[in-house]
Design a protein around this ligand. Structure first.
Ligand code: GAR
Length: 210
């Protein structure tokens, strides 16, 4: 089983969805640590309840972004993850952080990328008059929300939607899409090549994988 570290900033419902998937005997990954940049992140307690080591790295405890990232990298080094899943981690990782884990960091973003990267995704989708929204799991590269796509899932936008109601609907498909993406990557069925493209095995192109 691939060793996975999960980085969070908030409630951690995606981390929990991954943790639940990992409880299945045939799931190809296990969560070895949960790290947060926010000590108050609800996901930390949820991880500990499941017996997963969880630790906070508050940004203000470090002189600058480089020192903050160095502390997280050292903690990662100690648990030797094969893969890192960003699950509501609200900081942009620097190239120095990404380099040692090139092609091994996944992120989930609550839009159908490349539409609406960055913040206030749901309000922007509503303002644009979109009729569909969704989530994207992608490999992390230096650009924000820019890496190659592993999985996507779509939901309708209803005329009565607010940013909050839409976020809640998207979240329900996030909880299915992230475990699927992690399966595909952990089993080597989807991978990022050195030139930042995605490569899928014939097996991963099976309809049930989407
Ligand atoms: C999720 O909707 C995730 O896609 C989003 O934050 C939420 C975290 O919820 N991530 C981003 O916006 C990243 N830019 P969770 O803590 O309950 O998983």
């Amino acid at each position: 089983r691939k060793r996975v570290a999960v980085l969070i900033s908030g409630g951690g419902s995606n981390m929990l969805a991954l943790a639940k998937a990992c409880e299945q005997a045939d799931f190809p990954a296990e969560i070895v640590a949960v790290f947060s940049d926010k000590p108050e992140a609800g996901g930390l307690a949820k991880a500990r309840e499941l017996g997963i080591a969880a630790q906070a790295f508050p940004r203000k405890a470090y002189a600058d972004k480089a020192a903050h990232e160095a502390a997280i990298l050292a903690a990662l080094d100690a648990v030797q993850p094969d893969l890192i899943c960003l699950a509501g981690y609200m900081r942009l990782l620097s190239p120095d952080f990404i380099r040692p884990y090139q092609g091994r960091i996944l992120n989930i973003h609550p839009s159908l990328l490349p539409l609406f990267p960055g913040l206030h995704t749901h309000q922007r989708a509503l303002d644009a008059g979109m009729k569909l929204a969704g989530c994207t799991v992608h490999f992390v590269t230096e650009g924000m929300d820019e890496g190659p796509i592993v999985t996507q899932a779509a939901v309708p936008i209803l005329p009565t939607d607010t940013a909050d109601s839409l976020a809640a609907r998207v979240l329900t498909v996030e909880h299915r899409s992230y475990p699927l993406a992690l399966t595909l990557v952990a089993e080597g069925r989807v991978r990022m090549t050195a030139d930042g493209k995605v490569e899928r095995s014939a097996f991963a192109a099976d309809a049930k994988d989407f």
